[in-house]
Design a protein around this ligand. Structure first.
Ligand code: SAM
Length: 364
């Protein structure tokens, strides 16, 4: 892939190698990091090289009567960029025309600080305009309606300190294809969504393949809007899935209905609170056969309580966006388990970030 921002923009730091070299470089780093564990062969899941990010945020830089998209450069200073080729076509196609329209309209342009984009496979967009000024919504909305006429398939979120307004909605319906089935998900702006839908589909497929022989129920922590939960619920009798964000849980409940899944219980609670239910001999957990757990924590990995809880399951599927914290957690989780599968998902091409997965099962 080429991009005129390569070599300047601090987002893509591995720009001076081919995509295959980038994949091998990261795969080797993973193998080295986990060389003290008894790891199976690393499976590699490649991304599209360009136009793979379904969400992105750009600063807006104003200079005289012109405005530009801006990012932190490789030297950590703000730089303006003419294009970004890692974002979905839906985003890259609209970026400049949208900014041209905004630049023509002093009310929309004045103190516009940043723009966030969220797209779906149908090229619909939620565009969030973030301001460093006070505005009344009745002043801004007519200008936004003009953008909506100019750019069909866009909805807008307007944000400033202490205020957020939607015109007309703050979510999209995303479609994923996994193992010849189609799933639909409500994805809400400002809640977590996997950034790379091509890799996301491969991660869900991998989790399904690796749970084929598992029996009983599934417990899931950090479930978001039910991204893994909904397809995996077809593999298990019952599923209980938890997540800290009430908005994501609302979306997850909606998504279970949308996909006709009726064997899932979603709960909005932190992983540590949920883990505590086990030590409290909860009536809720007594209804489940607690053998299988799927976890997909944020970069910090598992807290002590959640690690102890996870360690009480026979089979663990661990999706990680931070190999360092995965390694720390594996020191405990692999003590009386075999590592059955190890995967590298290139969710963040051209960056040093690595997403990976492991499957562990109690020694036979
Ligand atoms: C890496 S995301 C994974 C989400 C989901 N599995 C997916 O694929 O979309 C991590 C999720 O953990 C949630 N989270 C963060 N801290 C948490 C905590 N302490 N307890 C429970 N969930 C938490 C976030 O809101 C986010 O949805």
């Amino acid at each position: 892939m080429t991009c005129s921002s390569f070599g300047k923009c601090g987002s893509c730091v591995l720009y001076d190698m081919s995509y295959e070299d980038e994949v091998q470089f990261k795969a080797e780093r993973l193998r080295e990091l986990f060389c003290d564990f008894d790891m199976p062969t690393l499976e590699i899941f490649r991304s599209k090289e360009a136009h793979f990010r379904a969400r992105a945020e750009f600063r807006i830089w104003h200079e005289g009567d012109k405005s530009y998209y801006a990012m932190f450069g490789l030297d950590k200073k703000i730089i303006t960029i003419d294009e970004c080729n890692i974002v979905d076509e839906a985003i890259s196609d609209i970026m400049q025309p949208l900014l041209d329209e905004i630049t023509k309209n002093e009310f929309l342009r004045h103190k516009l600080y940043a723009i966030e984009f969220l797209s779906n496979v149908n090229k619909e967009l939620i565009i969030t305009l973030i301001y460093h000024k006070k505005w009344q919504e009745e002043q801004l909305i007519p200008h936004i309606q003009h953008l909506k006429t100019k750019f069909p398939h866009t909805d807008y979120v307007l944000r400033r300190k202490g205020k957020k307004v939607f015109v007309d909605k703050n979510y999209l319906i995303e479609t994923l294809h996994i193992k010849e089935e189609t799933y639909q998900y409500k994805i809400i702006e400002s809640t977590f969504t996997q950034p790379n839908r091509y890799i996301n589909q491969q991660m869900i497929r991998w989790a399904m393949d690796n749970s084929e022989d598992l029996e009983g129920d599934l417990v899931e922590m950090y479930c978001g809007h039910g991204n893994f939960t909904i397809p995996l619920s077809k593999r298990f009798n019952k599923v209980i899935a938890t997540e800290i964000s009430p908005q994501s849980i609302q979306a997850a409940l909606f998504n279970a209905q949308l996909n006709h899944r009726d064997n899932i219980t979603f709960l909005a609670m932190s992983a540590a609170e949920f883990a505590r239910l086990r030590s409290d001999d909860s009536v809720l957990l007594a209804k489940y056969n607690l053998q299988n757990i799927l976890i997909d924590p944020p970069r910090a990995g598992l807290d002590d309580k959640s690690r102890e809880f996870t360690n009480s399951f026979e089979n663990i599927i661990y999706i990680s966006c931070n190999p360092q914290t995965l390694k720390r957690d594996l020191e405990v989780l692999s003590q009386d388990r075999d590592i059955k599968a190890f995967a590298f998902f290139d969710q963040f091409p051209w960056t040093n970030h690595i997403e990976c997965g492991v499957v562990l099962s109690k020694h036979g």
